[in-house]
Design a protein around this ligand. Structure first.
Ligand code: FMN
Ligand code: SF4
Length: 518
C-alpha cells in the first residue's frame, strides 16, 4: 500500500523551507524505490514546529519537526515511513499538548487533508452541511445559523443569522455573497490558514449562504499578499465546479451558485466592508456612509452578504451538526469556538481554536508558553492595530466579546501579539496614530487630520515638551476620533493609544520628568 507523507504547503511552512524539504523527500523516495507519496497538506498551526512532516502508519500519523532539508536523508535512514524513532520525532500530532487542548470545529480538517482534493474533503465530513442545507428551506437555513449564535469573526461580532435574514428578506433580481479575505490585522493569519489548508470549507460555507439568501454569485476579496492562497483557492474552486458543487445546479439541486476570487491592492481600509465593495467595483476603496446597509444596497447596489472567511467557514459544521451543537460551546453571548492567533514575541506561536471563555493569561502564559526571549510578558495587543494593549493585571479577562468591551478592549479578528518588558508603549501609541494617518481613506476629518495631529502631539511628549498639556491634548483628540469618525479605522485608533496611556502611564513620562519624579 502506498504510504502518504504529509509536508505542508501552507505559506508559514513554506517560509520556513517546506518546499526544499518536500524536494529532498521526493529524492529520497525515488532513490530508495519506496512506495510512498507526498501529500502537500495545510498546516496544523504550530509554527515553531514547521516544517512539520507527518507519515501515515498503521497506528495513525506520526509527526517530525521542525525538519530542515538536511535532516531528510537521516529521517529516511531512521525509518520515517514506518514512524521510526528520531530526535525530531514528535509522536502523534493530535497528542501534542498545543493541539490536544483545542476544540477544532472550523479547523477540524486543516493540516489533515489534501486541501485540493474534494474526495478527501468528503471523506473527512465535508459537504454534509451543504447536503443538510439542501433539505431545508432558505429560511430554515437562516434559522439554524441564527440558533447557533454565530457572530462575525471579522471584528465587529455582528450576529451572522440577522445579517443573512436581512438579505433573505430583501427583494432583488441579483444578490451577492462577498467573502472578506482582506485579513489586514497585525498578528492574524486564520483566514489564510483555512484557505490554504481547507479551502472547500469556505466554498461550502459561501454556497450555503447563497442558498439561504437567494444569492447566486459569490466573490472572495483576497489580499494581494496571499498569492499562495490565490493558487490553492482557484484550484479548489475549479475542482468544485468540475464536480457539480458549484454551477447552475448545486449538487444536482434547483439552486445555482458560482464564485470567483478578486485580488485587492494592499490598502488596510479595503477590509472595511463598504470600502471593500467600492474596491470590488473597480473604484478607489473609500468608506461609504450607512445607510444604506450592504444587506440592502451592497455590491453594484444589490443586496449583499459580506462575511469574514472564518464566519463563512464556520457555517458547514453548524449545518452539519445543528445550531444547538455549536451554541453549546462558549460563554455569555459569545457562542461556539474562535480561532485565536498567538504571535509576536512568544515561545509557541500558532493557531489555537477554542470555545470562548479562556482567559488571556491562559492563552499567553500556558498555551503560548510566555515570550520567545524568555523575558517577562509586559503587554499584549489583542484585535489588530486598532485593538487595546493589555497589562498583566487584566490577564484574568475571559475571551468573550462583552468581557473585552467592558474593559475597553476588543477581540477583533482574535490576534494576540505578545511583547516583553523591553516594549515602549509610547512608541506603540505613536505607531497606532501613524498607522491611522497612513491608512486613512481621507473621507472624514477626525481620522484624516486627527491622526496626523496625534503623531505630532506624541512626538512632543517624547521630547518632554509640556507633558501634561500633550496628554490632555491626545486624550481630547482620541475622544473626537472615537465619536466623530465615520468608520472604525478612525473610531478605534483611540483604543491602542488610550489603553497604552491608561495601563502604562510610566512610559508617557519623558526621561527628564521621570527622573525628577524618582
Ligand atoms: C478599517 C477596517 C478594516 C477591516 N478589515 C477587515 C478585514 O481585513 N477582514 C474582515 O473580515 N473584516 C474587516 N473589517 C470588518 C468589516 O468591515 C466587516 O465588519 C466584516 O467583513 C463583516 O463580516 P463578519 O460579520 O463575518 O465579521 C474591517 C473593518 C474596518 C473598519
Ligand atoms: S474614519 Fe478614516 S478610514 Fe474611516 S471613513 Fe473616516 S477617514 Fe476614512
Amino acid at each position: 500500500m502506498t504510504i502518504n507523507i504529509y509536508i505542508p504547503r501552507d505559506a508559514g511552512a513554506l517560509a520556513l523551507g517546506a518546499e526544499k524539504v518536500a524536494a529532498a523527500a521526493r529524492e529520497e523516495i525515488g532513490k530508495r524505490g519506496l512506495d510512498a507519496k507526498i501529500v502537500r497538506n495545510g498546516s496544523r498551526g504550530m509554527f515553531w514546529l514547521e516544517p512539520m512532516v507527518e507519515v501515515e502508519t498503521a497506528e495513525g500519523r506520526v509527526a517530525y519537526g521542525p525538519v530542515k532539508p538536511g535532516d531528510v536523508a537521516g529521517l529516511f535512514d531512521a525509518g520515517l515511513i514506518e514512524g521510526g524513532a528520531h530526535d525530531l520525532a514528535l509522536g502523534k500530532p493530535e497528542e501534542i499538548p498545543f493541539l490536544a487542548k483545542q476544540t477544532r470545529l472550523t479547523f477540524a480538517r486543516c493540516g489533515i487533508i489534501d486541501p485540493v482534493s474534494l474526495e478527501d474533503y468528503e471523506k473527512h465530513g465535508g459537504l454534509r452541511g451543504l447536503r443538510n442545507a439542501l433539505e431545508k428551506t432558505p429560511l430554515g437555513i437562516v434559522e439554524e445559523v441564527t440558533e447557533s449564535g454565530l457572530r462575525g469573526r471579522g471584528g465587529a461580532g455582528f450576529p451572522t443569522g440577522i445579517k443573512w435574514k436581512t438579505v433573505h428578506d430583501t427583494d432583488g433580481p441579483q444578490k451577492y455573497i462577498v467573502c472578506n479575505a482582506d485579513e489586514g490585522d497585525s498578528g492574524t493569519f486564520s483566514d489564510r490558514m483555512i484557505m490554504e489548508g481547507d479551502p472547500f470549507v469556505l466554498i461550502e460555507g459561501m454556497t450555503i449562504a447563497g442558498i439561504a439568501t437567494g444569492a447566486t454569485r459569490g466573490y472572495v476579496y483576497l489580499r494581494s499578499e496571499y498569492p499562495n492562497v490565490h493558487r490553492i483557492l482557484n484550484e479548489a474552486i475549479d475542482a468544485a465546479r468540475a464536480a457539480g458543487m458549484l454551477g447552475k445546479s448545486v449538487l444536482g439541486s434547483k439552486y445555482a451558485f458560482d464564485m470567483e476570487v478578486r485580488v485587492g491592492a494592499g490598502a488596510y481600509v479595503c477590509g472595511e466592508e463598504t470600502a471593500l465593495l467600492d474596491s470590488l467595483e473597480g473604484k478607489r476603496g473609500q468608506v461609504r456612509a450607512k445607510p444604506p446597509l450592504p444587506a440592502h444596497e451592497g455590491l453594484f447596489g444589490k443586496p449583499t452578504v459580506i462575511n469574514n472567511v472564518i464566519s463563512l467557514a464556520s457555517v458547514p459544521i453548524i449545518l452539519d451538526k445543528g445550531g444547538a451543537y455549536y451554541r453549546d460551546f462558549g460563554m455569555g453571548r459569545s457562542r461556539g469556538t474562535i480561532p485565536i492567533q498567538i504571535t509576536g514575541n512568544v515561545k509557541h506561536g500558532g493557531l489555537f481554536e477554542a470555545a470562548f471563555g479562556m482567559t488571556l493569561g491562559e492563552l499567553v502564559d500556558d498555551i503560548g508558553g510566555g515570550t520567545a526571549t524568555g523575558r517577562p510578558v509586559r503587554a499584549v495587543q489583542v484585535g489588530g492595530p486598532l485593538g487595546a494593549y493589555w497589562p498583566r493585571d487584566l490577564f484574568d479577562t475571559p475571551f468573550d466579546y462583552e468581557a473585552f468591551a467592558a474593559k475597553d478592549g476588543l477581540i477583533g479578528h482574535a490576534g494576540i501579539v505578545v511583547f516583553d518588558d523591553t516594549v515602549d508603549l509610547l512608541k506603540q501609541a505613536r505607531f497606532a496614530m501613524e498607522f491611522c494617518a497612513v491608512e486613512s481613506c481621507g473621507k472624514c476629518t477626525p481620522c484624516r487630520i486627527g491622526s496626523t495631529r496625534g503623531v505630532e502631539v506624541l512626538d512632543r511628549l517624547k521630547q518632554g515638551i509640556a507633558p501634561e498639556e500633550q496628554i490632555e491634548t491626545v486624550t481630547d483628540l482620541c475622544n473626537t476620533m472615537k465619536f466623530g469618525s465615520l468608520c472604525a479605522l478612525g473610531g478605534f485608533t483611540p483604543y491602542p493609544v488610550m489603553s497604552a496611556l491608561t495601563h502604562f502611564p510610566e512610559d508617557f513620562r519623558p526621561a527628564p520628568v521621570r527622573e525628577a519624579a524618582e
